[in-house]
Write a protein that binds this ligand. Structure first.
Ligand code: UD1
Ligand code: UDP
Length: 354
């Protein structure tokens, strides 16, 4: 069996690292990196740290508008697929790289499998929502991480292609978790103490592309009583400077850093009193690590974490972020994302269909 894996953005390297070693035990894997993310801290660091094999192809597409970026990826991935003729194309998540990979494959009649299928925010203004819906409908096999994702797929008539496998991000977290103690020294370097700081990540266009909204978020977070560890996504970094908000984040309580590697990020998450984020992956990791989370969005795809009280949605109600952060005292912590065998289930399913 030959599988072409298409990745391009930070969370996809992390997800692929959960599946790739298992896949390589039974198949030939060819990795295509679209080049959507390209800074060392957004790309190479994850290949090195998680021992993901170097890409066989790097299309080097880089940044650009949605049409430009997706269009160039589509062209580049198609060329690779014509040369490689795999049995499967494997795509992850909901980025422009995901959609381009799926579309290139389906047009060449090559079967597509989508990892993290069935997630919906029901907000079509999010670029990811369009990418998810189109990728799911183009794919032959849909690997859903949660029961809610399976239900979404059923509503769209896609049940016959869907399998509930659990979440590959839980797999990789469980794999790296035993090594976190060794990396604990980072806290001192960041100038924070365990349980006595908040962790912030921001990168959604709805939060960072609007100067007023970004300013409001930073002001609200700055009212927290403890230091705020803030590994800044490059998109957000660019907007902070463009909108003249540098002074806000240079003042207390922010401790700004370049994006963290995966292990550093898990250390930062595991030791935080509270996590404030608009990231999909970080919401799940907060739950898995048992850390309360405030999601700086109106809605989430990870509805189970909200239902259990571990995750609170903070849309426009930024004024009371401080109080909301104090109020999270969930009791139950059931298994939501699987036992760490999602990658194996994915590989088994791919093998059984070829
Ligand atoms: C993308 C995904 C988003 C995902 C996120 C993960 C889409 C539409 N969006 O958003 O779903 O949650 O990745 O982090 O696919 N930049 C750099 N260096 C890099 C990468 C980006 O400087 O290595 C800057 C560029 O100015 C670029 C901007 O960040 O224009 C945005 O990058 P892009 O990949 O378009 O979108 P993300 O916001 O990263
Ligand atoms: N992450 C990281 N360093 C950071 C911020 C995030 O390694 O500085 C990891 C995080 O632990 C999670 C993944 O990146 O595994 C989430 O990716 P991101 O927030 O970029 O995208 P999303 O999940 O929202 O698509």
């Amino acid at each position: 069996m030959k599988v072409v894996t298409v990745v391009g953005a930070r969370p996809q390297f992390i997800k692929a690292a959960a599946v790739s070693p298992l896949l390589r035990q039974v198949a030939t894997e060819v990795i295509v990196h679209t080049g959507q993310h390209y800074d060392f801290n957004m790309s190479d660091i994850f290949f090195e740290e998680l021992e993901l094999p170097k890409p066989d192809y790097n299309l080097g597409i880089g940044s650009g508008s949605h049409g430009f970026q997706t269009g160039r990826m589509l062209e580049g991935v198609e060329e690779v697929l014509i040369a490689e003729r795999p049995d499967w194309v494997l795509v992850y998540g909901d980025t422009n790289s995901t959609l381009a990979g799926a579309l290139a494959a389906v047009k060449l009649h090559i079967p597509v499998a989508h990892v993290e299928a069935g997630l919906r925010s029901f907000n079509r203004a999010m670029p990811e929502e369009i990418n998810r819906v189109l990728t799911d409908h183009a794919s032959n096999l849909l690997f859903a991480p949660t029961k809610a994702a399976m239900d979404n797929l059923a509503r769209e008539g896609l049940s016959s292609r869907a399998i509930l496998v659990g979440d590959v991000m839980a797999d990789i977290l469980f794999r790296v978790q035993p090594k976190l103690k060794e990396a604990q020294d980072e806290l001192g370097r960041w100038g924070v103490q365990p349980g006595k700081y908040a962790l912030l990540t921001l990168h959604r266009p709805s939060n960072v592309d609007d100067p007023k909204r970004l300013h409001q978020i930073l002001l609200a977070v700055s009212k927290l009583k403890e230091p705020v560890l803030f590994p800044v996504h490059p998109r957000t970094q660019e907007r902070i400077w463009k909108y003249g908000l540098g002074k806000v984040v240079q003042a207390y309580p922010f401790r700004c850093f370049a994006p963290f590697g995966y292990r550093e990020m898990l250390v930062a998450e595991a030791n935080a009193r509270v996590i404030l984020t608009d990231s999909g992956g970080v919401q799940k990791e907060a739950y898995l690590l048992g850390v309360p989370c405030l999601t700086l969005r109106e809605e989430t795809e990870w509805v189970e974490t909200v239902a259990l009280g571990w995750n609170v949605l903070v849309g426009d109600a930024l004024g009371d972020v401080l109080e909301r952060a104090e109020e999270i005292h969930p009791v139950e912590h059931p298994d939501l994302f699987g036992k760490g065998d999602a990658g194996q289930r994915i590989v088994d399913a791919l093998r059984s269909v070829v």
